[in-house]
Write a protein that binds this ligand. Structure first.
Ligand SMILES: Cc1cc2nc3c(=O)[nH]c(=O)nc-3n(C[C@H](O)[C@H](O)[C@H](O)COP(=O)(O)OP(=O)(O)OC[C@H]3O[C@@H](n4cnc5c(N)ncnc54)[C@H](O)[C@@H]3O)c2cc1C
Length: 453
């Protein structure tokens, strides 16, 4: 019998298994597909390998697809090695929980048709999420790709195979939709963004949203608002989409459609419906220690809903295993970083100005621009800004919103400042090397420290 069985080998499940084993638990992991989950196989990693190639300019167009595969394969090997070194056996097959209360029982259905039963004192669910495919006629056509699999389609990305794809429609205006849209544009494709509202990046800071819309317009992105798709019909090698835009009928001709509107937690296929594990708003309900409503059953990552981010899944693993091993840890959701790999790059942490105000905080905001930063200009990337949201009374930094060169890499310092409750003045008085992009963060903090309330 194991101390812990982890169901799902994505970033959340893998982290939990490694950590629990390192803390002396006897752990097994069950995975039905490739280790690394959505993140490694069709999410974060292949998209960023493409991003580095297309937008970062690291490599030739011809080598683009091979490089993506090389990066993914290398990390897959690394994942397998890491679990082996952590002494975590991996059971390859589809896991179904057949006993939830008391001693847990998991049946693993293997590719050869055999099954194996595992028992454990505790169970951790990390089954991830999948793209929602809205109902419209023809929604399962060969030229329609969901956001969670689109990156695996060489027809869209491999310059040796995507010559006939000239115009792509993207349904959605969230992170995945915008990342795909800008990469396609980087490959010279026309993009039509079909938005469910008039917004992009719904939860982002207002100034960031405005700047992103400006960048999209600068790339001649066709944007349709309040879209409902009714039909997709394949003809003459292309796709005709029809639907309504603000209740007015429209038609769009394109060569492919990416549906990247939203993701739903995966709650089916592993016996959850036969359990008394509580589900709230379509996700497994958990407390701050990632405990579900059933004793000894934990859940982490995308299957628990909310922000769906690989690093969040990993830190939730820390909270769950911390609870199991008597070393409590709580994820600080008020210092949660998030990046959008578009051009210019976006990286945010903490509260938006709007969120801070809705919590009753009196805030000051301040911005510094990369146009005045020596390193940004030296790199030829002077577009963008760093915005600070600070509490008016003591200038404690509540949120940092960056759009510009290497924004994601600049986020580490910003997140530390928010998580540790630092004031704008404390950042300003910390020596920042010159010439560096992080001077822009320091300058924004200096302005926030002096800003009038
Ligand atoms: C295109 C795209 C780009 C993304 N980019 C980023 C990014 O840049 N940064 C970021 O932080 N996040 C990004 N994400 C989100 C990130 O991939 C997810 O948040 C992360 O993978 C969630 O980790 P997880 O462990 O919860 O689930 P997953 O990674 O989805 O892993 C779940 C695993 O469980 C397995 N599984 C499910 N059911 C069973 C079963 N019954 N038996 C056995 N195994 C099972 C699945 O096969 C899968 O391997 C992106 C997602 C997409 C789709």
């Amino acid at each position: 019998m194991y101390d812990l069985v982890v169901l799902g080998g994505g970033p959340g499940g893998q982290k939990a298994a490694e950590l629990a084993s390192a803390r002396g638990m006897k752990v097994a992991l069950v995975e039905k597909d490739q280790l690394g989950g959505t993140c490694l196989n069709r999410g974060c990693i292949p998209t960023k390998a493409l991003y580095a190639h297309i937008i970062g300019g690291h490599g030739t167009r011809e080598g683009l697809w091979d490089r993506v595969e090389t990066v993914v394969n290398k990390l897959r090997q690394g994942t397998t090695t890491a679990l082996r070194m952590a002494k975590v056996p991996v059971y390859r097959g589809h896991g179904t929980v057949t006993q939830w209360e008391g001693e847990k029982r998991i049946t693993v259905g293997k590719a050869d048709g055999t099954t194996e039963d595992l028992t454990a004192a505790r169970l951790l669910i990390a089954t991830g999420a999948r793209s929602v495919l809205p109902e419209f006629e023809g929604n399962r056509g060969a030229k329609i790709f969901t956001g969670d699999w689109a990156i695996t389609a060489p027809l869209l990305w491999d310059p040796r195979q995507n010559q006939d794809v000239k115009r792509v429609a993207v349904l959605g205006a969230g992170v995945i939709a915008l990342e795909m849209a800008m990469m396609l544009q980087g490959l010279g494709k026309e993009v039509v963004l079909l938005k469910h509202s008039d917004q992009v990046l719904r939860r982002m800071d207002g100034d960031v949203k405005k700047a992103v819309v400006k960048a999209l317009k600068g790339r001649k992105t066709v944007m349709r608002d309040y879209v409902t798709l009714i039909r997709a019909v394949e003809s003459d090698g292309g796709l005709t989409l029809s639907g309504t835009e603000k209740d007015v009928p429209f038609e769009e001709r394109c060569d492919a459609l990416i549906v990247a509107s939203s993701m739903d937690p995966i709650l089916d296929g592993f016996g959850l419906e036969g359990s008394s594990v509580a589900v709230r708003k379509g996700a497994i309900a958990v407390d701050e220690a990632m405990r579900t409503s059933v004793e000894g059953v934990y859940a982490i990552g995308d299957c628990t809903g909310g922000a769906m981010l690989a690093h969040l899944a990993e830190y939730q693993a820390l909270a769950a295993v911390g609870d199991m091993t008597g070393d409590p840890y709580r994820v600080n959701m008020d210092a949660l970083p998030s990046c959008i790999f578009i051009d210019p790059e976006v990286a945010v942490t903490g509260l938006t100005e709007e969120e801070a105000k809705s919590r009753g905080e009196e805030v000051v905001t301040a911005k510094a621009y990369f146009a005045a930063n020596g390193m940004a200009l030296a790199l030829g990337q002077g577009d963008g800004f760093v915005k600070i949201v600070a509490r008016a009374s003591d200038r404690r930094i509540l949120g940092v919103h960056i759009m510009g060169p290497e924004a994601a890499s600049l986020l580490g310092e910003a997140t530390l400042a928010v998580a540790k409750g630092m004031t704008a003045e404390e950042v300003t008085r910390t020596v920042h090397a010159h010439p560096t992009l992080c001077e822009c963060f320091r300058d924004a903090c200096a302005r926030a420290a002096e800003a009038k309330a």
